[in-house]
Design a protein around this ligand. Structure first.
Ligand code: FA5
Length: 331
């Protein structure tokens, strides 16, 4: 085999050793006339020899082909001018794409992007946000507690249920004027359905300065909606209660699937709530070391997964995490 240097020689070799009149084929044909026990042994031997010969043939064919593709290369050399095998390229997950886009919209409006810990103290997640222990508002955020010994001051560890703890962490470090957004993952011990997950993302917004009013809050959120959903999508503000804001509101956007007439996604209401917001409660400013007599601020917390539902008219939030590439490749 080593002496073969051309296709013609290789063809002759193939006919001689693997062709119709080759010895190996004669053995295989003759197997039927052997007694059963001998047939087994001879059959296995002959087949493995035939496989070996075929492998040698393939190898030689490949090395001759390589040699011919590059004109003056030695037989068997690799032709580096041949195109490579295409590699499957991944792309950014739709939720991450939305997070990047929101980051761009809010930074262009003067907000700075900061991030915070997913494993948090109950102090930041609840107490400092005006939700003391035993407060009924804790029930609305079913919590995954972390099985760690409480800290010396009694603080307990949990997976943050919202991005709002970062309001306090930022106020502790930076003084007004403050304009930040905090994207990140949050966790709630609740059942999943078309609009609920137990792990999802939020983006928190916080602006604190002298003379900030509800008009600044509404103006910023209208501008976000106009930029993200387009100028025609209707937006609704309604009163809502969160212990860390006063007054509090929820913002809903017209359902993209039914355009307001009612469907499964929007629970027949025509609207999907995407965020809670309000004017930062004086006790929260105090907990962050900021004088509420001097400064005021607004805050909002938006659920990220519900945003692309509204933009693209997707009717089940769980699709984002079901790892179905037919779905994910559309974004
Ligand atoms: C909060 O989490 C407040 N921290 C928001 C806030 C911040 C209010 C600042 C005032 C000031 P809420 O629990 O409503 O609020 O959640 C906010 C948004 O997260 C909801 O509007 C919704 O879009 C999204 N969300 C809530 N629960 C889920 C869930 N289980 N699955 C997916 N998205 C959810």
């Amino acid at each position: 085999m080593d002496a073969i240097t051309s296709r013609e020689e290789l063809d002759a070799w193939r006919i001689k050793y693997l062709g119709k009149k080759s010895a190996i084929l004669a053995i295989l044909k003759g197997l039927g006339s052997l007694p059963v026990e001998e047939r087994k042994v001879a059959g296995a031997g002959a087949n493995s020899l035939k496989n070996e010969l075929e492998a040698l043939l393939k190898e030689k064919e490949a090395s001759l082909a390589g040699g011919q593709a590059g004109q003056d290369k030695a037989p068997g050399a690799v032709d580096i001018t041949l195109p490579g095998k295409p590699v499957d390229l991944g792309h950014i997950h739709p939720i991450t794409q939305v997070l990047y886009e929101l980051g761009e919209i809010f930074t262009s409006m003067g907000f700075e992007v900061v991030e915070g810990p997913e494993v948090e103290w109950d102090y930041y997640n609840f107490e400092a946000l005006n939700i003391p222990k035993e407060h009924p508002a804790r029930d609305s955020m079913q919590t995954f507690w972390v099985d760690a010994p409480p800290a010396e001051d009694g603080r307990e560890m949990l997976l943050r249920t919202h991005t709002s703890p970062m309001q306090i962490r930022v106020m502790e470090k930076q003084k007004p004027p403050l304009r930040i957004v905090v994207p990140g993952r949050v966790f709630r011990y609740e059942a999943t359905d078309a609009t609920h997950l137990h792990m999802f993302h939020q983006i928190e917004g916080l602006a604190i300065d002298k003379g900030i009013t509800m008009a600044d809050l509404k103006g910023s959120l209208y501008e976000f909606s106009r930029r993200f959903f387009g100028p025609d999508r209707r937006v609704r503000f309604r009163c809502d209660f969160f212990p860390f804001v006063e007054p509090g509101v929820e913002m809903a956007v017209e359902c993209a699937v039914c355009h307001g007439s009612g469907c499964r996604l929007c629970s027949q209401s025509g609207w999907i709530e995407i965020l809670g917001a309000g004017m930062v409660h004086p006790r929260v400013l105090e907990a962050g070391g900021i004088d509420p007599e001097e400064y005021s601020g607004f805050a909002f917390g938006m659920g990220i997964e519900r945003i692309p539902l509204l933009r693209y008219g997707i009717d089940d939030i769980r699709l984002f995490y079901s790892n179905d590439l037919r779905f994910l490749r559309q974004f």
